[in-house]
Design a protein around this ligand. Sequence first.
Ligand code: GDD
Ligand code: MN
Length: 379
Amino acid sequence: MTMTMTDTTDSGEPGTTAISSVPTVTVVVPTYHEVENLPHLVARLQLVRSAGAFELELILMDDDSRDGSAELVASLGAPWVRLVTRKVNRGLSYAVLDGLKLSTRDLLVVMDADLSHPPEKIPEMLAAVLNGADVAVGSRFAEGGTTADDWGLFRWLNSRVATLLAFPLTSVSDPMSGFFAMRRSTFMSGQDFNPVGYKILLELIIKCRSKLVVDVPIHFDNRRYGESKLSFREQLRYVQHLRRLYIYKYGTWSHLVQFLLVGVSGLAINLLALTALLAAGFPEKTAIAGAIVISMLWNFFLNRRFSFSYARERSIVKQFIGFVAACSIGAIVNYFTTVSLWNIIHYKQLAAIVGVLAGTFFNFAANRFVIFRIKHIKA
Ligand code: GDD
Ligand code: MN
């Protein structure tokens, strides 16, 4: 296969003259061991370029693959293709962020090197951005989008669950996508980037406070050469990343949700401990008290580690005393709320539920705003 990689911008083709007003685009592609895919990627992008609607450059952000990628790009002699070798702060997300920062153009596109993402869809995505979208996402799951047939149930399910977990952050149909476009000004408006793992699109949608996110259906192809770098460890990182984004977007509400999740897990621990202590032959009262102590300890440590992790460096002893006090007062709030509703509400269980809610709310407020309060002045 022969490829012509000459720069059409300089060859004076109609619509691509130096003073043309066509929008300028940087395509950022993170790469690691993709040398076999690069010629095909460049060839297909070249076709998009030569259509002339955009002035397009390609920046490959390579994490020092040492597989001949750099040499290959040099041998192409195509001025519109650049490869940047990265040696620090490795990883897909930072490779993308660094690449986006290098651009000086109007529009940005991010895609994978392995040809899973059809370059031919770029004009449609850019058109969406030029028509007002903050972000255009190449989506496998939008109406008309498809994935390669041999996607097993596991991969499909995995992807759907991951998407579902992100739903409260964004309703875009494929938030896991690594194929998207935005204006550079949108990217520049973003702050506090600190992605963990693979999901750079989610990070950009949240941190750039993108409102209008538009789907562009794509066919997601299997990679041609080499293998995926997405491991199980990446999936765990995804949960960590989600947590950060929830805290960023929802602040105290996200602390409340974590506190409630911890509470539910504490209930399960209480029941397990009670069952175990009874089975071990402890007297009933000891078992009940023991289960309460165990679940309280469990809740304390989980809340300190997750719900209020920002206060972790402060005195654990003081926090524990505060936690026990808040739980006890919460129980009293629960008691008096239930008692005072007892004769007003017909269904006694409903009175008890309101009591639990009031106690829990008190408990949360005391923990969040007193015991694990956020200190604004850092020592
Ligand atoms: N610079 C750099 N550093 N690039 C990396 C690294 C890294 O550590 N790890 C992966 N890449 C590059 C790959 O070379 C490829 O171009 C792109 O990032 C995606 O990596 P793949 O290994 O092909 O990932 P995938 O196909 O499993 O995941 C893709 O699809 C997912 C949805 O199924 C990615 O687009 C994900 O972002 C996406 O969620
Ligand atoms: Mn891939």
